[in-house]
Ligand binder design. Sequence first.
Ligand SMILES: *Cc1c(COP(=O)(O)O)cnc(C)c1O
Length: 471
Amino acid sequence: MSLKDKGEIFRKIPSVDRLLNGPELTKISSKFPRNLILRAINQVLEEVREDIQKNDVIESPGELKIKEVSKKVVDRLQLLSRPSLKPVINATGVIVHTNLGRSLLTDRVIKRFRPLSEGYSNLEYDLKSGKRGSRYSHVEGILKEITSAEAAMVVNNNAAAVLISLDTLAKGREVIVSRGQLVEIGGSFRIPDVMGKSGAKMVEVGTTNKTHLWDYEEKIGPDTALLLKVHQSNFQIVGFTEEVETSELVALGKKYGIPLMEDLGSGCLVDLSKYGLLKEPTVQEVLANGVDLVTFSGDKLLGGPQAGIILGRKDLVEAIKKNQLSRALRIDKLTLLALEETLTLYRDERAAVNEIPTLEMICQSYDGLDKKAQKLTEMLTGSETENYTLVGIDGHSRIGGGALPLQKLPTRLLCLTPKKMSAQEMEGWLRSYDPPIIARIETDQVLLDMRTIREKELKTVAQALKKLAIA
Ligand SMILES: *Cc1c(COP(=O)(O)O)cnc(C)c1O
């Protein structure tokens, strides 16, 4: 197509004014704010221009007719006026899915949100003295109670917990860390970068696969402020490997009077090996081992809201609380409430495992998952299956969130084999459903993992599958 022809087409694009005053948009203009209508028009026109620019052939010149473009604008308005952040159904089988919001909160938490958010609260107000209080006081007691830590503090997330701890304890000084633990967590949280931001100097010791106690000891000098251990949460080095035991590092720290900090990442408060999972050291065990400071996330294995928890020696935690950074990293009141309520459940381990959705999903039995699959299949009996065949198969779910990377959880999956569309198209169809259903693809099949689909979501999934069958 010649440049002249293209110019001709560009000139056919309707103007903003013509669209705005055309019959299609006049009809609905009272229903939407003017700015939103303009935003929709501009987005659609931009796309029309891009299309012309990209394509040599305009498939149908009719696309440029005012009526067609107006229709696109109306569709876009519907889309733009809906909330951006919305619930989705997680059928991926990854329980602590960072992209899907990590941990689900229990009903108890949700019930407490309303009264706390529609009224004032004692967030930083001491009701006894009538004076200013501390927002941390609401979770300090319960954290100390369930972990036996000497002191506790919470911040916005675990990245912040690591940052403020390093900044407080080691700014301008040296932190010794094993090369095997210089990890990157999803979303580009890298230990060396966080160290850089905190102003601490990183002293790497050992090699990727092996670090010995003497590697640490050799580097201890007058400028050493901290020994750091980072839990290898999202990967494992196997084969010819050696890491220094926590107890040995504790002893080394004691010998030289240097605190040992461990970034636990997930931070589990229940020994999951009791439920048939691989052994992951619990927060309580790490503290009992003598580690001076531990940090972990609130929304990974703990199963609460996004938060970073710092536990350990009183003098260290008090120093962290006084750091000016804490003002920038501070936790919001709704988060505090969710954290307090979630932690309270840990007073009774059985209640925690039954009621905290993250733990409940991890501990779901294969039989329970199979029942869920059967229930869903029964909801579909008698409906059309023009577009796919459906069978139940065995497979594995993952915990996610960088926890227990080697742990495979046996699960039951519904496997959709597409007949007409591709697996990618089918996955995309489910993703654009309302509410979106996020599935995974394996060898040209679309898999729905029963573990992360909630009981109350089964009906919605069944409805979606019925529509997909004839889509
Ligand atoms: C997940 C993780 C972090 C980051 O925690 P966020 O709560 O996501 O900020 C830091 N360190 C380790 C080892 C982790 O696994």
